[in-house]
Design a protein around this ligand. Structure first.
Ligand code: ADP
Ligand code: MG
Length: 291
């Protein structure tokens, strides 16, 4: 019965903008009782914009943005795209300097050498004390539930970049409808607690895990599965790939990274989270409700 149901459901799924990798995806979708949401790029649009730059005394904000933008140019993370596009707009002729030794560490940040400087952008290292002026900018960003990252030049913190993002219009209704279907939603993010809780509150999620590494995301999914839950993960980033693969069902955002899409069983082509609800309803109708 499944192949026929699959043909029917995958045809309907395509109309909903839901691409299914195979028949097993349907059966698993029907049975999930828990959805683990990523924040940036999943519950939020991921179209971030730079909202503030703070630098230590004696530094020039444009120069710091120039260095940071050059490194972030190689990043596919929403934070990286926001920083790179702001830097391009501010740069004379829109040109950013070339980068050597670019490295991206999922869930942590990026590194590269620009104009002879070692530049690191990301979460401040736990052992790196921020100078007072940057600490204030950091605390302010946190208080406003914004996402902030630190810029280090040659091992010294020189600036804080703050980026803003908006919650997808479909997030709130998706969470509410999933609950009606008996499916619980959990937010797991690499971002800080304040930004995480602000988004969770807007979309109606009460269980939140913040500052979680990519390995930590996988561990949370594994623990939920050990508890006997049937877990779907929805994410967009390189940092979500392992958790997507470890879940009973991985769901990737269509505009997400290739790594996430490759690790997922289902892709949301239109990035509409309500489509997940419609797809669950569809599989329950097509394959019968559980128990
Ligand atoms: P999320 O789980 O919300 O998608 P990530 O796990 O991708 O977040 O990132 C977690 C944190 O790592 C970010 O909040 C940021 O501090 C840092 N980070 C990741 N990628 C970058 C980047 N390209 N530039 C700066 N910081 C980054
Ligand atoms: Mg993400």
């Amino acid at each position: 019965a499944i192949p026929t149901a699959f043909l029917v459901a995958s045809g309907r799924g395509a109309q909903l903008g839901v691409l299914l990798r195979g028949p097993e995806a349907l059966e698993r979708l029907r049975r999930i009782d828990t959805v683990v949401f990523d924040k940036t790029g999943t519950l939020t649009t991921g179209r971030m914009t730079l909202t503030d730059i703070s630098v230590v005394a004696g530094e020039d904000a444009d120069a710091i943005l120039h260095l940071a933008g050059a490194v972030e140019y190689g990043s596919e993370h929403p934070i990286g795209r926001a920083v790179a596009s702001a830097a391009c707009q501010a740069a004379v002729g829109g040109q950013l300097p070339p980068v050597e030794d670019f490295r991206a560490v999922p869930g942590v940040g990026v590194h590269g050498r620009v104009d002879g400087h070692e530049v690191v952008i990301g979460r401040p290292r736990a052992d790196a004390l921020l100078p007072d002026s940057l600490q204030q900018a950091w605390d302010l960003a946190r208080a406003c539930a914004r996402t902030a990252v630190a810029v280090e030049r040659d091992g010294r913190p020189v600036g804080i970049l703050t980026v803003g993002d908006t919650v997808r219009p479909s997030s709130y209704s998706a969470v509410r409808h999933l609950r009606k279907l008996g499916i619980e939603s959990i937010l797991v993010t690499g971002d800080g607690a304040a930004a995480a809780h602000a988004v969770a509150e807007q979309v109606g999620i009460s269980e939140v895990h913040a500052e979680v590494t990519p390995e930590g995301k996988t561990a949370i999914v594994a623990r939920l599965r050990d508890e006997g839950r049937r877990v779907a993960v929805i994410g967009d980033g390189v940092n979500d790939a392992a958790a997507l693969a470890c879940a009973d069902l991985g769901i990737a955002m269509g505009g997400g990274t290739d790594v996430a899409i490759g690790a997922a069983d289902i892709t949301l082509v239109r990035e509409d989270l309500q489509a997940v609800v419609a797809a669950v309803q569809l599989t329950r109708r097509t394959l019968g409700t559980i128990r």
